[in-house]
Design a protein around this ligand. Structure first.
Ligand code: NAP
Length: 296
């Protein structure tokens, strides 16, 4: 079998188009412009790139983009004061604090100081609890993007066996909650899982978020399964820098029914879902019907 390639880049484009359509309706019919504030502390090069592209895409869909770049040594009280100001700014509907933060800042404290209704990353403890209890919440962007791609490919996920490899708070756990919410039978695997190959072989859906280059070989994949590769790993091969995922693409694609590539799979969906979350937050804040198909 040769797998269908799930084109995350193209799909992210359709999500952004939908967001842009809602933004223009909000402006025309209600005079509201959704606003997203991104806070970056320090000068981590990868974070700077993310923040730049988030800002660019926010403007492209017609939303207001605000960037706050703070010195690496910014005291915690100053960062908390900025978040408080953004929490109380009616023109800001989404707040994202770019992670990781410098070591002297308490990440949990900072994230939990964001108004949960504006927490477009979905990392606030209230949103984690709401998602875990199946209530309306802000859903973390990368798992939301994976869910959208799976729903688009399969329609219903009900009754499918899903294995999520990785149990991080930012990805593995919320991904598992979302799959459970769509009535999959979910296994969360991690570094202590026994017989990982056998666990993965049972799965109709395999979501790999480990951070180990090409760790999952094709012979772990059940014939016809759907493979979602979340990993982003930079490696050197044949003297060149290359981006690879957590699954061995060629051998997995030979057995899977569908697979996301790296790059061009899950990655582009993350910012698209950040924009989707911002428009959803804006609708909720204004008591308006929220767009369909842009959240879990
Ligand atoms: P993380 O916090 O480092 O978590 C990695 C998880 O993998 C842990 O739960 C760990 O288990 C598990 N693990 C490690 N070695 C394993 C092994 N040999 N067998 C089975 N499980 C193993 O990573 P993360 O933040 O979730 O990110 C995972 C990957 O996704 C990274 O490559 C990251 O770059 C990528 N990512 C991409 C996006 C995007 O596309 N926008 C967003 C988020 C993450 P333990 O808990 O037992 O240690």
């Amino acid at each position: 079998m040769s797998a269908t390639i799930i084109d995350g880049k193209a799909f992210a484009g359709t999500v952004r188009e939908k967001v842009a359509g809602h933004v223009s309706r909000l402006k025309e019919e209600h005079g509201i412009t959704p606003g997203l504030a991104v806070v970056l502390v320090g000068e981590d090069p990868a974070s700077q790139v993310y923040v730049r592209s988030k800002g660019k895409m926010t403007v492209e869909v017609g939303m207001k983009s605000v960037e706050h770049k703070l010195d690496v040594e910014t005291p915690e009280a100053e960062l908390l004061a900025l978040i408080d100001k953004l929490n109380n700014d009616p023109e800001i509907h989404g707040i994202l604090v770019q992670l990781p933060l410098p070591k002297h800042l308490n990440e949990d404290l900072v994230i939990n100081s964001i108004d949960p209704a504006k927490d477009v990353d979905g990392f606030h403890i209230s949103n984690v609890g709401l998602l875990g209890t199946g209530q309306k919440s802000m859903v973390p962007c990368t798992p939301l993007g994976c869910l959208m791609m799976l729903r688009d490919h399969h329609g219903s996920l009900s009754g499918m066996d899903a294995v999520v490899i990785g149990r991080s708070n930012i990805f593995g756990k919320p991904m598992a909650q979302l799959l459970l919410g769509d009535s999959c039978t979910v296994t969360i695997a991690h570094s202590r899982t026994k017989d990982l190959a056998d666990v993965v072989r049972r799965a109709d859906i395999v979501v790999a978020a480990v951070g180990r280059p090409e760790m999952v070989p094709g012979d772990w994949i059940k014939e016809g399964a759907t493979v979602i590769d979340v990993g982003i790993n930079r490696i050197e091969r044949d003297g060149k820098n290359k981006l690879v995922g957590d699954v061995d693409f060629d051998s997995c694609a030979a057995r899977a029914g569908a697979i996301t590539p790296v790059p061009g799979g899950v990655g582009p969906m993350t910012i698209a879902c950040l924009l989707a979350n911002t428009v959803t937050a804006c609708c909720r804040a204004n008591g308006l019907a929220e767009p369909e198909g842009l959240t879990a």
